[in-house]
Design a protein around this ligand. Structure first.
Ligand code: COI
Length: 363
């Protein structure tokens, strides 16, 4: 059922005092602080979407036999609202996230939220908590986290008949504590993130849980992030688990083509257009780990960067393989193409460059 309920506003009478909010906005970090409100919409089989509300941010009360807690029927999104020079606020490509949320819902046998309801829920929260959108000009933004869980109670394994869709918001600075400094990557040759026919292209918590063991092993060898290979040949570069990858050659830039087990990143997609605008000849292709190593060692591969909503564009520095091979991109500073793309994208998001693709949604 695709009803689009009107969001009823029930604002808190106790927002965080302005001085405390400003102190948070001065150094928000990533995902540590949350705004005063959240949007909540219920879905029940036979009734559709109902009880759409904007309410004070706060804990949920869940039955211990809630189906999500046992069988992980959960999906989420991440998108950002930016303060523009004229003081207004724009959200970057919310429709793209809404469509991906629907695709994730289909994969996890959950109800699809109408695109306009997804966008209206994000808008309602941003409008209400507008004072939490960081000032124009810097790297900071308001990160929106729409998500959906099953709320039915029971231990039978089947799609639930009741769900809760929520949107929360968190002021966000750099995702990595080092800012735009290069991150180190461990290529996981023994672990896989996702398999063909699985749910690697859905944005669901299970994929992130599956990445944590390899992430912990990467940390033991001094690396920040894990790069996953395809599950069949254990050869082709897929993604970092929370970010996509781009490889910068002298005459082209290449990102792994969507394989069904890669998440289709909104930043990845946007950069295909931004790179073309800058004349950088972007391609979706296949890059093997051996090719990565050989091209890095021969100097043919100039730069490598990771991209995602949270991390924007982050350069890759050192790369290590389980076999012991190790190489480095650059000299510890972001590459020239990486920075050009990063600035071009951020300029569109902050409203200081022409939005020729019509990506910014005015709240
Ligand atoms: C994002 O970039 O929005 C992500 O979802 C990555 C991570 C924070 C889960």
């Amino acid at each position: 059922m695709t009803t689009t309920p009107t969001i009823e506003l029930k604002p808190t009478s106790h927002p965080l005092p302005a001085a405390e909010r400003e102190a948070i906005l001065a150094n928000p970090g990533f995902g540590r602080h949350f705004t005063d409100h959240m949007v909540s919409i219920k879905w029940t089989e036979g009734r559709g979407w109902h009880d759409a509300e904007l309410v004070p941010y706060g804990p949920l009360s869940l039955d211990p036999a809630n189906m999500t807690l046992h069988y992980a029927q959960e999906i989420f999104e991440g998108l950002k609202a930016y303060r523009r020079a004229d003081g207004s606020v724009g959200v970057f490509r919310p429709e793209k996230n809404a469509l991906r949320f629907q695709a994730s819902a289909r994969r996890l046998a959950m109800p699809e939220l109408p695109v306009e309801t997804f966008i209206e829920a994000c808008d309602a929260l941003v409008r209400q908590d507008e004072a939490w959108v960081p000032a124009h000009g810097g790297e900071e933004s308001l990160y929106l986290r729409p998500f959906m869980i099953a709320t039915e109670v029971g231990l039978g394994v089947r799609p639930a008949k009741e769900y809760l869709f929520l949107v929360i918001a968190s002021p966000a600075g750099a995702y990595f504590p080092g800012g735009v400094k290069p991150v180190s990557i461990w290529v996981a040759e023994e672990h896989v993130r996702a398999v063909p026919g699985g749910m690697g292209d859905a944005k669901t918590g299970g994929n992130y849980a599956a990445s944590l063991m390899a992430q912990a092993e990467a940390a033991k060898v001094g690396c920040d992030q894990v790069c996953y290979l395809d599950a069949i040949e254990r050869r082709w570069i897929e993604e970092l688990g929370g970010m996509n990858l781009y490889f910068v050659y002298e005459d082209r830039i290449v990102t792994p083509a969507l394989s069904g087990s890669i998440l289709e990143g909104v930043t990845r997609d946007s950069l295909l257009s931004v790179a073309a605008d800058l004349g950088l000849a972007p391609e979706e292709g296949r890059v093997s780990v051996d090719q990565w190593q050989a091209d890095a060692q021969s100097g043919a591969l100039r730069e490598v960067f990771a991209c995602g909503t949270a991390a924007v564009i982050t350069p890759v520095g050192t790369v290590k393989r389980s076999s012991g091979a190790e190489w480095k991109h650059g000299t510890g500073e972001p590459g020239e193409v990486t920075l050009r793309l990063r600035d071009a994208l951020l300029d569109i998001q902050r409203g200081t460059a022409e939005d020729k693709h019509g990506w910014m949604h005015k709240v």
